[in-house]
Design a protein around this ligand. Structure first.
Ligand SMILES: [Mn+2]
Length: 420
C-alpha cells in the first residue's frame, strides 16, 4: 500500500475510458500487475507496481490483472482480477485486498478472483481476433515474468489470436499528465529540495558519498515518500563523469565538487534533479567557469522551449546551444564536437517512469513533463557537471517545476556558507 493519499477512482476510470476510446470493438486488452522479483534465497527485491497498471486501476498489489473489452456501440466491459484472500498469507503479509476495496479504489464494478482469468479471457476472445498486451521493450533481456508466461500459454492454446503491443496506446495517454499527477511531482520536488538543502548545510570535506545518500534518503522517507525514484547518484570529483555511478563509496575531497542526481517517489511519481556543489563550500575559478557554462546551457535551452516542439527537434537545438556555449568557453575547438565533453541527451520525458514513455517525434503537449539536464565532463580535471530541472508544458508555454531548487553559484555558496 502507498503511504500517500490515493487518487480518486475517477482518475483511473477516466484513463480507462480514454484507453478504450482509442480501440475498435474487436480488441481484447490485458494488463498485469508487476511481478515480484527474487533477490536471494527467499528475499525479494522491493516491489513496485507496473506504471500502466497503476495508471488504469490504482491498485497497488501484485498478482492482479485487468481485462478490457472495448465496445464502440454498447458498453465496454472491464474486469479486474485480484488474488483471493488467504488468511494464512494475511498472517505474514497483512490484510489482503478485498473485492470491495478493489472496486472502491479503481472504480471497476466487476472484480473477480485471479483463478477465473483464463476462463474469462478464453470466453471473451471468441469474437475478437486481437489481443493487446504491454511489454517493457526497453530491455529485450528482461527476466521472464508472469506476463510472458501467460502470453506463451495463450499463444499455444489460441494460435489464431494476434498479439499486439498496447504500449503505443498507453503512452499516448501517459504523455499528457493530469493535474493529480503534476501535483505529486510537485510534492516530490518539494521534498527533493528539502533533502538537497540539508545536504548543502552538512556537506564538508572528508564526508563519504554514501553519507550524503543517507541524508537524502532520510528526507525522502521522513517526508512521506514510499521509496527513491531511482538509486541516488552521489559522485565526487572524477566519479561525476561516470553517468550512472551509484557505488557512492568514495570520500569527498577538499577542492572537489560533488554531483548529486536524485529523486524521491511520492505516490508513484518522482522528480529527477541533478545539482553540483563544491565540497568545501566554494567553487574554484575553473569549477566556476565550467559550472556557469552548464548553467548557461540549462537556461538558454529552457528559454528556447515551446509547446509543439518534439524531442527530435529539441535534441538538434540542444546540440547547437551546447556547441556554441562550450566552444566560446574553450572546452572544445569546434562547436560540432560538443559530444566529446557532453555525451548524453539533454533530457527525457518524466512521469510514472522516471524515463517516461512517449515517442521522440511527438510534439510536447500541455501536461507533458520533461527533464533538461545538460552536462559537461572533464574527468582529467576531476570535473563533472550536470544541472537538471523538470519542466511542465502548459497551454500558455512552460513552467519550471523545479524553480525553487537553488542552482545559481551565489545561491549555493551563500547557503553553504550560512551553514558553517
Ligand atoms: Mn534525468
Amino acid at each position: 500500500m502507498l503511504r500517500t493519499p490515493p487518487f480518486p477512482s475517477r482518475f483511473f476510470t477516466e484513463n480507462r475510458r480514454e484507453l478504450s476510446a482509442s480501440f475498435d470493438a474487436d480488441a481484447v486488452i490485458l494488463l498485469q500487475s508487476a511481478d515480484s522479483m527474487v533477490r536471494n534465497s527467499d528475499m525479494e527485491h522491493p516491489w513496485r507496481q507496473d506504471s500502466s497498471f497503476f495508471y488504469l486501476t490504482g491498485i497497488d498489489e501484485p498478482g492482479c490483472s485487468l481485462l478490457i473489452l472495448p465496445n464502440k456501440a454498447g458498453t465496454t466491459e472491464e474486469i479486474l482480477f485480484i488474488p483471493s484472500v488467504d488468511p494464512e498469507k494475511e498472517k505474514w503479509n497483512g490484510k489482503m485486498l478485498t473485492r470491495d476495496d478493489a472496486k472502491l479504489a479503481s472504480g471497476i464494478e466487476k472484480v473477480q478472483y485471479s483463478e477465473t482469468l483464463m476462463m474469462t479471457l478464453f470466453r471473451s476472445q471468441k469474437w475478437r481476433d486481437v489481443l493487446y498486451v504491454e511489454l517493457n521493450d526497453f530491455f529485450p533481456d528482461q527476466p521472464l515474468t508472469r506476463q510472458h508466461r501467460i502470453l506463451g500459454d495463450i499463444s499455444r492454446r489460441l494460435p489464431g489470436l494476434q498479439i499486439r503491443k498496447l504500449d503505443p496506446h498507453t503512452a499516448r495517454l501517459r504523455h499528457r499528465k493530469k493535474p493529480e499527477e503534476v501535483a505529486n511531482i510537485r510534492t516530490s520536488l518539494h521534498i527533493i529540495n528539502d533533502a538537497l538543502s540539508a545536504v548543502m548545510r552538512k556537506l564538508k570535506p572528508g564526508m563519504m558519498e554514501y553519507q550524503v545518500e543517507a541524508e537524502i534518503v532520510y528526507h525522502y522517507l521522513n517526508n512521506g515518500c514510499n521509496r527513491v525514484g531511482f538509486e541516488a547518484i552521489v559522485a565526487g570529483g572524477e566519479n561525476a563523469a561516470i553517468l550512472h555511478y551509484v557505488t557512492n563509496h568514495a570520500r569527498l575531497n577538499d577542492g572537489d565538487m560533488v554531483l548529486i542526481d536524485t529523486g524521491g517517489e511520492y505516490g508513484m511519481y518522482s522528480g529527477d534533479i541533478t545539482r553540483v556543489y563544491p565540497v568545501n563550500g566554494r567553487f574554484t575559478p575553473r569549477q566556476r567557469q565550467c559550472y556557469q557554462a552548464v548553467l548557461d546551457v540549462n537556461q538558454a535551452f529552457i528559454e528556447a522551449l515551446s509547446p509543439g516542439d518534439s524531442w527530435k527537434q529539441l535534441y538538434e537545438k540542444a546540440g547547437e546551444i551546447i556547441g556554441e556555449i562550450y566552444h566560446r568557453a574553450g572546452f572544445i575547438d569546434d562547436p560540432r564536437n560538443h559530444l566529446a565533453v557532453s555525451y548524453h541527451r539533454i533530457g527525457h520525458y518524466l512521469g510514472l517512469d522516471v524515463h517516461d514513455v512517449g515517442r521522440l517525434d511527438w510534439p510536447m503537449a500541455p501536461g507533458t513533463i520533461i527533464t533538461v539536464e545538460p552536462g559537461l565532463y572533464l574527468p582529467d580535471e576531476k570535473i563533472g557537471v550536470r544541472i537538471e530541472d523538470n519542466i511542465l508544458f502548459t497551454e500558455q508555454g512552460i513552467e519550471i517545476l523545479s524553480r525553487d531548487i537553488p542552482k545559481e553559484i551565489e545561491e549555493i555558496e551563500s547557503m553553504m556558507a550560512a551553514a558553517s
